[in-house]
Design a binder for this molecule. Structure first.
Ligand code: GLN
Length: 313
């Protein structure tokens, strides 16, 4: 326990200098106000133990980490066949908000639910007679997975996302024109923007990752939140698509199912073992936390966490 604690503190200090090499997201102006020098980490294991270091208590917005909960709700509320008729689970070699593939690839379906187009289209598949019910369905899943029943939307980030969300509007209108979605685009995007603007700390996201590590059960209560098959599919798609066009590099460097958000968070899942969250708002070119990635790479090497490693005891 003490050893792990010291190890994490050392890893934060060792990797903090990477913060200087990245930039906070500017296309959502409110996010550019974050201090780029922050770096924190939280870990929960499947037995309920926890470790934290660095700026782990600093609030940040969940951003695309919430897409993991979107995808879980989509899977629970639909058969896999129905779901993949609308959204495939193919990796993308383009950025998370790319529009080009909707026209040129994949019979107009969004490539996967971890990029913006797939997440926005996916909301329409989540159970709920109204957009508000769909919001609550995903929000409730996030509350259960984080073990935090006091989650709330950061209003400044939400307003900023809404004001500067024209790329997401473009994606949604394009998908409406090709019949992937129907109905009112504004209310659909309002759900999306709110679910990206939920404020969390590292510990919340590490608990969320621990639920996936524990195959859909909450380690702190034993409650089953979704079934093992759903957990398996989500971890597979996180591995191939969770870091967008950086997913291949992340598989090599870290070797864990991962998901990033432009707020600076990255969640990583060590199956049957650990839920991990790192937070560092200075991002690389692809929108992934730079120092967070490097910290995870060191952690994975030191603890031999890669799922592709052949030398497990
Ligand atoms: N809210 C952000 C957006 O829509 C989420 C993107 C991200 O975290 N990668 O662009």
């Amino acid at each position: 326990m003490e050893k792990m604690q010291r190890q994490l503190e050392k890893l934060v200090e060792k990797n903090r200098h990477w913060c200087d090499q990245g930039n906070t997201a500017t296309y959502i102006p409110e996010l550019s106000k974050q201090d780029p020098g922050m770096l924190g980490v939280s870990i929960f294991d499947t037995q309920g133990r926890q470790w934290h270091a660095g700026d782990w208590q600093m609030p940040f917005t969940i951003q695309s980490l919430s897409k993991v909960a979107f995808f879980i709700c989509m899977l629970v509320d639909n058969s896999f066949d129905v779901l993949t008729r609308k959204i495939s689970v193919a990796p993308s070699a383009d950025g998370f908000n790319s529009i080009v593939n909707l026209e040129t690839k994949n019979e107009k379906r969004p490539l996967n639910p971890m990029i913006n187009s797939g997440a926005i289209a996916g909301i329409t598949l989540v159970r709920g007679a109204t957009m508000e019910e769909k919001f609550l369905r995903i929000f409730t899943m996030l509350g259960k997975m984080t073990g935090n029943d006091e989650l709330s939307v950061n209003q400044n980030v939400y307003q900023s996302e809404k004001e500067f969300g024209d790329r997401n509007r473009s994606l949604a209108y394009f998908m409406k024109s090709t019949g992937i979605i129907d109905g009112d685009v504004d209310s659909l995007l309002d759900v999306y923007f709110r679910l990206c603007s939920i404020e969390v700390v590292c510990a919340d996201i590490a608990r969320m990752a621990a639920v996936l590590a524990f195959d859909g059960r909450a380690p702190w209560s034993g409650e089953t939140l979704f079934d093992i098959k759903t957990a398996r599919i989500v971890k597979a798609v996180m591995t191939t698509c969770g870091m967008y066009d950086g997913s291949g590099d992340f598989a090599v460097d870290v070797g864990l199912p991962g998901k990033s958000g432009v707020g600076g968070g990255i969640m990583a899942v060590s199956p049957r073992n650990l839920g991990i969250c790192v937070f560092g708002p200075a991002l690389d070119q692809r929108g992934n936390s730079l120092a967070g990635w490097k910290l995870l790479q060191c952690l994975s090497e030191e603890l031999d966490l890669s799922i592709f490693s052949t030398c497990k005891p």
